[in-house]
Design a protein around this ligand. Structure first.
Ligand SMILES: C[S@@+](CC[C@H](N)C(=O)[O-])C[C@H]1O[C@@H](n2cnc3c(N)ncnc32)[C@H](O)[C@@H]1O
Length: 240
């Protein structure tokens, strides 16, 4: 058993989060009792963050936000990954006092996220286009120490960098789940997409830590992990 945090562990290569809502499953996931508490299986086939944690060559706990911190999740979908993050960051009755701002443009997804949030204090669903920063600002208490983007649309890198410049704190972790099929076809294929996204992140001033290939778990996807320098966001003069 490898504990990544109080609420996340790796057990025989499977990932588990300690349920903040015991007795309630989100996606018919398996549950098990460990040390008298209920844990939910966090499938890397249904969550790119879980796939990244399983596949990274670096310390996997660096991909997780801190317990009790504020996280911005862009493209929350139906809330599968968000629910596991909530187990980790907030815990039972939000005992850790974390908050997750979970943004999605789809009303159908929002219905599921609002249902999830009813039992999960600290989870804040926001129906918005992630490109519309003004609609996100009221939900945030300053810049965030962790942000994650998983939006299935073209221009993912630019959307991510604009959000990071606006919302990410110095020293914060920014993770981009990149779907190569959402972008136009280029020579070099998916790998060239991932490399050019990483280059764009470096040019913007982020320190790219790793391009984590998710092939076999999530086809045509990579997770790019990065960290903001202490003087983030860089001024335009500093970037030149
Ligand atoms: C692949 S799904 C997210 C799955 C989710 N991250 C998970 O692991 O459970 C991509 C989501 O991005 C949302 N999306 C696409 N473009 C968006 C935009 N401009 N603003 C907000 N959400 C967007 C879609 O509605 C969809 O729910």
């Amino acid at each position: 058993m490898d504990r990544l945090s109080n609420g996340v562990l790796v057990l025989r290569r499977g990932l588990w989060s300690r349920s903040a809502v015991p007795g309630v499953r989100v996606r018919k996931e398996k549950t098990r009792k460990i040390d008298g508490r209920e844990w939910r299986n966090w499938s890397p086939r249904h969550s790119k963050l879980a796939a990244g944690i399983i596949r990274t060559k670096l310390d996997p706990s660096t991909l997780l936000p801190s317990e009790g911190s504020q996280a911005l999740y862009l493209g929350a979908g139906h809330g599968t990954t968000v629910s596991h993050l909530h187990d980790h960051m907030c815990g039972l009755g939000n005992e850790h006092k974390g908050s997750i701002i979970a943004v999605d443009i789809s009303p159908r997804c929002m219905r599921d996220l609002v249902g999830l949030a009813k039992r999960r204090p600290g989870l804040l669903p926001v129906l918005a286009d992630v490109r519309n920063h003004e609609s996100l600002l009221p939900w945030l208490n300053g810049r965030v120490s962790w942000m994650f983007q998983d939006v299935s649309q073209a221009g993912q890198v630019e959307i991510f960098l604009n959000a990071a410049k606006k919302f990410l704190a110095p020293g914060g972790v920014a993770l981009l789940s990149l779907k190569s099929a959402s972008e136009r076809i280029v020579e070099g294929g998916a790998n060239e997409h991932y490399d050019s996204a990483a280059r764009a992140m470096e040019t913007a001033g982020l320190d790219v830590l790793e391009i984590i290939h998710l092939k076999g778990l999530e086809e045509q996807h990579a997770l790019i992990s990065s960290i903001a320098p202490v003087d983030w966001p860089l001024t335009s003069e500093a970037r030149d």
